[in-house]
Design a protein around this ligand. Sequence first.
Ligand code: NDP
Length: 315
Amino acid sequence: RKGTVIITGASSGLGLATTKALAETGKWHVIMACRDFLKAERAAKSTGISKDNYTVMHLDLASFDSVRQFVANFKQSGRPLDVLVCNAAVYQPTAREPTFTADGIELSVGTNHLGHFLLSRLLLDDMKKSDYPSKRLIIVGSITGNTNTLAGNVPPKANLGDTRGLAGGLNGLNSSTMIDGGKFDGAKAYKDSKICNMLTMQEFHRRYHEETGITFASLYPGCIATTGLFREHIPLFRLLFPPFQKFITKGYVSEDESGKRLAQVVNDPSLTKSGVYWSWNKDSASFENQLSKEASDVSKARKVWEISEKLVGLV
Ligand code: NDP
């Protein structure tokens, strides 16, 4: 049978390119989990993939109710779940003030981390039940977790501190909107959320890999300097960023190529190792990358997991 893969944020950028790469193999049915139904349908059509190979389902990660509704809808569809890809993200590098999810949580961490945390916890049972030979849960990470690269060291650097802001609910009322308790910084909030993504992947691995056989993985797909992720950046940045990445850092990767990389993490028979953070070298060969100290901190991963469970209402 065809595999079923859910990809969040499949309406543009990496998510759309991965949808295309997988749907074109004819071996996958892609559930495009998107907040804008029409945009996602149009995006799917623009890639030319066949209607038999995808379904758009509504998911707004910035609302726990919407996440629960999506899970209920998916279960009702009767499809098995073989692979889940947590890909969607918001990035607000120029925001001066925080914005909030439907549940009153700072938007970047609320969407990128907590929405995905709830989604993957609620779908874990479905993945356990699937008889697919290689079940995988993939959470897209970022270079901000590698301190062995230049780009991973650009300020403001990610830092979760003692997680006091997260424990307070990131609501800007009786708690800070930043995980470490500091003043709001949109670029840092994004990087912090990606550290949470990578910590969550490893905590999943420690808690569930042996029992379920599911492969848990994260990746840095390369710098896809042309995606909508940078839509809120100043125009000069958007103009100069792609050539800067192409010619100076040489980390630039096209949307097509990044989609092929993520598709590899979904279905390449050689990428079954669990608990790994994949990256690609300049010849586009995959390798197991090292994470920064904070992104591989076991006690911090447990702490983030336990606080997140409370915030999303699982305990
Ligand atoms: P895009 O902005 O092109 O795609 C992000 C996707 O997330 C869009 O489909 C967007 O939907 C969706 N999304 C945003 N908020 C929500 C929400 N509340 N509910 C559901 N979906 C939502 O960016 P990229 O493709 O670049 O980013 C994809 C992933 O790649 C992210 O995890 C990012 O951190 C990661 N990444 C990107 C890099 C890059 O250089 N671009 C580098 C490293 C990692 P909509 O279309 O409706 O806006």
